[in-house]
Design a protein around this ligand. Structure first.
Ligand SMILES: [Zn+2]
Ligand SMILES: [Zn+2]
Length: 454
């Protein structure tokens, strides 16, 4: 789809009836991606009628490097705005939320976040709770989460995902984002790369599990990938070229548009995103710092693509269905493994998968037959995808990690993630489920270990 000819501006709030039969919408008020965008806040506050009084929330590092100057500039322009600077290392938890609430004036109309994922998440949460208009100014382009309504807040020590109000305004300023450490924007490239493998998973889900699919959403995701994974974008990340930063930002915005239209994430989140959740769990257990989301899903995309390479290397004409069916685990065996891998978290997974994960051989046989039935369509889609080697090259060029060990994930953790990362969600379908259904996971993991020279 050509976004220019779609009858509306995707950078403003919009909704439409789609050929797929659903009504799609993108609720962000306005998105501006430009050099100097943050300086235009006074103009947009007026134009979008965000109210009289605002408060800027940022952290010490960002305030020291760019915030102080922008804040002074807004005040010179006559904007009535206060400022609250979060101190030290920030966690998106009750304490930080409380600090922001207590430092927001009673008569504030809108709240502005200037910072990375944590500040943005906290401000979006507080804005919704206090019923304020929300403005986001990202300081680095690490992921597509800046353009969504989702925040992860730690409550009682647990990460809780909240679906909140979308921002009224998003100012993505390439002057600011280009100054971020290039590894942060490289993580954004990882997020774009992840959409490539996610798209393959989503397509397989449509064919094999009748998961809802929309061609317009797919085309929008295609634009994200074409722009964000283009050589000129990737090559400009390390030197911090503004044009490259704007392309990356635009690409990540388009991914968010596609997911907002779809109203869920399967179109942009496949096995690589599930692997990322598992690896974060491993990092937490070892006490090593969590990697950035975009870094993890970039590596995840390499692994996911490697799984697809093994699946599509199968000669389906000669595939021994019964041999694969015989490899179906029995429920008891599987439960034992889930308890060993997930410990305290096991019960909720067993409950979640009670209906979703079948151990019935007849169901398994049916799934395999469906895979074989759709082998040509899968092969066609797969051939249009870059190879795992090509993805590695792109990630390397952008300065993003590409190998699990760069995330401090070892060989055993990788293998475990291949078997069990998929269990934390139901109603999804991806290469991890396919490999299990086809009974090839043992072979797939040893081949991946070899390819990675682990
Ligand atoms: Zn549609
Ligand atoms: Zn993501």
């Amino acid at each position: 789809m050509d976004t220019q000819n779609s009858g509306f501006n995707i950078y403003e709030r919009h909704d439409f009836d789609c050929e797929c039969g659903r009504h799609h919408k993108m609720p962000i008020g306005e998105v501006v991606i430009d050099s100097g965008a943050a300086r235009k806040l006074p103009y947009y506050v007026k134009a979008l009628e965000l109210g009289k009084k605002g408060i800027l929330v940022t952290d010490e590092v960002i305030f020291g490097s760019i915030g102080r100057e922008i804040y002074a500039y807004w005040q010179e322009q006559g904007l009535e705005i206060e400022c609250y600077v979060l101190k030290g290392h920030i966690r998106p938890d009750e304490h930080t939320v409380g600090n922001v609430v207590c430092n927001t004036p009673f008569d504030a109309d809108y709240i502005v976040s200037l910072g990375g994922g944590t500040v943005t998440d906290v401000v979006r949460y507080v804005a919704t709770r206090l019923k304020l208009e929300c403005v986001s100014i990202p300081s680095a382009m690490t992921m597509d989460g800046f353009f969504t309504n989702m925040s992860i807040i730690i409550v009682d020590g647990l990460q809780v995902t909240y679906y909140l109000n979308y921002p009224s305004l998003l100012l993505a300023d390439s002057d600011i984002i280009a100054k971020a450490p290039s590894v942060m924007n490289a993580a954004g490239v990882g997020e774009v790369i992840s959409k490539i493998s996610a798209g393959m998973d989503w397509y397989a889900g449509k064919l094999i599990k009748d998961i809802y699919y929309c061609d317009r959403v797919e085309a929008m995701m295609g634009e994200c990938i074409a722009e964000g994974a283009a050589d000129e974008t990737i090559e400009g990340i390390v030197p911090g070229e503004k044009k490259a930063i704007e392309n990356l930002t635009d690409a990540l915005y388009k991914s968010a548009v596609a997911m907002a239209w779809y109203d869920s994430s399967p179109c942009g989140s496949g096995a690589e995103h599930q692997l990322n959740h598992f690896w974060i769990k491993c990092q937490d257990e070892k006490g090593v710092p969590q990697s950035m989301h975009g870094q993890e899903v970039g590596v995840g995309a390499v692994i996911n693509t490697m799984i697809w390479e093994e699946i599509m290397a199968i000669d389906f004409e000669r595939f021994d269905v019964e041999k694969a069916v015989e490899k179906t685990w029995d429920r008891g065996e599987w439960e034992k493994e889930i308890r060993a891998v997930y410990g305290e978290g096991a019960e909720s997974i067993l409950e979640l998968q009670a209906e979703n994960h079948s151990f019935d051989k007849a169901v398994r046989r049916n799934e395999i037959e469906k895979i074989i039935e759709h082998r040509e369509a899968l092969a066609k889609r797969f051939e249009a995808m870059p190879s795992s080697g090509a993805l590695i090259e792109k990630l390397k060029k952008a300065g993003a990690p590409w190998h699990p060990k760069q995330l401090q994930i070892d060989k055993d953790e990788l293998v475990k993630s291949l078997y069990f990362a998929k269990e934390t969600r139901s109603g999804r379908y991806n290469a991890l489920w396919l490999a299990e259904a086809l009974g090839i996971m043992e072979d797939v993991s040893s081949k991946i270990i070899k390819k990675l020279e682990f």
